[in-house]
Unconditional design. Sequence first.
Length: 508
Amino acid sequence: MADVKRETERKYESHQSGLPDLTGVGGVTAVLDKGVVELDATYYDTPDERLAAGGVTLRRRTGGSDAGWHLKLPVAPGVRDEIRAPLSDTVPDDLTALARSRARDAELVPVVRLRSVRDVRHLVDTDGRLLAEASVDAVTAERLTGTGGLTQWTEIEVELADGGDPAFLDLVDKRLRKADVRPSKSPSKLARALAETAPKRKKGKAGEKGQHRREAAPPVTAGDHVLAYLRAQRNAIVALDPAVRRDVEDSVHQMRVATRRARSALRAYRALFDRAVTDPIGAELKWLAGELGVDRDREVLAERLTGDLAALPDTLVSGPVGDRLHNWAEGRRGGSRPHLIGVLDSGRHLALLDALDALLADPPLRGPAGKKPGKVIAKAVRDELRRVSGLVELAIDTPPGQDRDVAVHEARKKAKRTRYAAEAAVPALGDPAAVLVRSMKSLTQLLGDHQDSVMARQTLRELSAVAHAAGESAFTYGLLYGREEQRAATVEAELPGAWKKARSRASV
């Protein structure tokens, strides 16, 4: 994989006075003149500018100290991850893959050429340590598509040094504002270039596919509120795709959560949509969540069992239990990761993303979607709560054993769906929905601990059988099994009280 750099910067409009003196700001003891460099960058995007619409930039740049291909992915306002690859004539495969959730099957073509004359200053402290790089960029932008177009401007850019404190940029910002230097209205050079060189008939429409301009309007109807929630989940799935490919910590889990949230919203608010359209999407979201969950479930279980084993005194550990747990945890990882990347590259996954885009662009709404949100959304949430109520009470009434394990698991899944339905309802219903979210989250965690115990016991039985066949002691597996049984029994004993408390707080 290409090199990755976390970039934290701020951009400002420049005026004739140039860069104000920043000596003394946040420990800056010297502003070093590093000379002028000429940069030449060609930006690539789909013909309808889908990358730009998502705040993503892909460029091939020469000049300066970091010539090469750069893919910039948004992390937070003013913060982006820059993935770098060496210079080549075509877009590197690694970067194409990282852009796939946004570009889909569309070709990446040159859209803008930016030539910059950059006057660079280094802001350093008393030890000569770099705090930030400040530059004044004279930019010439040329559109390479359609009828073309040319624009020029000058801007100030301040980029935090690697490992620097973002609060330093706040101090610089304060000094610049005192000097009447204002933040740029555009988040990036590319965004400004596209806006200023776009033909009049296309202004405001760049990258419209996948972005759905409806999101600019505040939600009014019940359908608006649910679509806003669905749009947030769609955006999360798309944005997390590159992180999953890069194996960023917790990215698979977060993408799975977004997938489940989208599916839960379609199911809980199914009365608002034509189900002939949404049910197939829901089925594909279930498929994707399942694919994302394979490694995640094993990872969580491995952490649980490894932690329990580490807590045991050495005198209670018989045989190579730790090694067997490690081998079990890593057993599928080598093959499952390529499988997951294959899923993200598959036509089925890309078709799902297209289907979500189409759903948001032209929602298949039914009559209730056009009504005021209060009654419609509250009814949907109450229906979900009623369903989870029946399943929790069934779990409580079922005698301990396999049937109760199944009932608890079903109640957990329904509680999670109710939580997500309530999340979507918060903007419309306010505090009552927010309280229900917290209640369902607490209940889900309790029921989830029970399910983790069920899965842990199954794994311990399997590992014990393998150890026994190899002539090893199964004592420690049995000890851990007994502790998991006690955990499950504790959850089952706490469930009636926890459910009574959760139910009493539900007032939507």
